[in-house]
Ligand binder design. Structure first.
Ligand code: NAP
Length: 195
């Protein structure tokens, strides 16, 4: 499961749990983006985003967190991550790459996308109210070489952008992120200075 997780919230966790059950996965590995291909500066540092993701997932034995992307010195592209995972796990492992559907619709523009299409089945998580059929049609031609499943996740009404705005405006983020994550955000004074 790839994402900036800036910060990780209940929408991400429900997406992971839903994917686990719907696609009968053994584990979900949260792959925290290091240096993002298109967003040179995410709001919280890779170390903070990794620490919050670890806190959020700690009680679920089926969730793991990888620091592989955050340890890379250069921009991390999903193709490099998938190559790394294929080299790490047993040869017969079947991979799904879970992320937001907005991101999935752009995969054709990602580095080495033709190869990427063969390295994973994609799961695009959508928020309620998202016109998925319309979006699928609009991107049908572009995505024809990719295997993509879509998953509507009501809890994705929560977004990282909204959580950052709430912290900045001194509004509550209780129940939108886990208590541990909220405590971490306040302790480290994250997201107070802007979006
Ligand atoms: P993004 O563009 O910030 O997010 C797009 C939408 O998807 C947002 O609404 C976001 O909501 C949601 N989203 C993101 N990750 C999600 C997840 N794991 N589960 C459910 N919803 C999710 O996406 P991003 O986080 O920057 O990138 C997503 C993944 O694509 C990352 O792994 C990134 O490395 C990869 N990527 C690769 C390339 C490339 O290889 N060239 C280019 C771009 C992105 P929230 O803001 O609430 O999370």
């Amino acid at each position: 499961m790839g994402g900036s997780f800036d910060p990780v919230h209940i929408g991400h966790l429900v997406t992971a749990q839903e994917s686990l059950e719907r696609f009968e996965l053994d584990i979900v590995v949260f792959m925290v983006t290091g240096t993002h291909p298109t967003k040179p500066k995410l709001t919280a540092s890779p170390e903070h985003r990794l620490a919050m993701t670890r806190l959020a997932t700690a009680t679920n034995d089926s969730f793991e967190v990888s620091d592989w992307e955050t340890r890379q010195r250069e921009v991390t592209y999903t193709i490099d991550t998938m190559r790394h995972l294929h080299a790490t796990y047993p040869a017969d492992t079947v991979f799904f790459f879970i992320t937001g559907s907005d991101a999935v619709f752009e995969i054709l523009e990602w580095k080495d996308s033709a190869e990427l299409a063969g390295l994973a089945t994609f799961i695009g998580a959508t928020r309620p109210g998202y016109h998925i059929e319309h979006a699928k049609q609009a991107h049908a031609e572009a995505l024809q070489s990719f295997e993509v499943n879509y998953l509507e996740v009501p809890a994705l009404a929560v977004s990282s952008t909204d959580i950052r705005a709430r912290v900045q405006e001194k509004r509550s983020i209780r129940y939108l992120v886990g208590d541990d994550v909220a405590a971490y955000i306040y302790e480290h004074d994250l997201y107070r200075g802007g979006m």
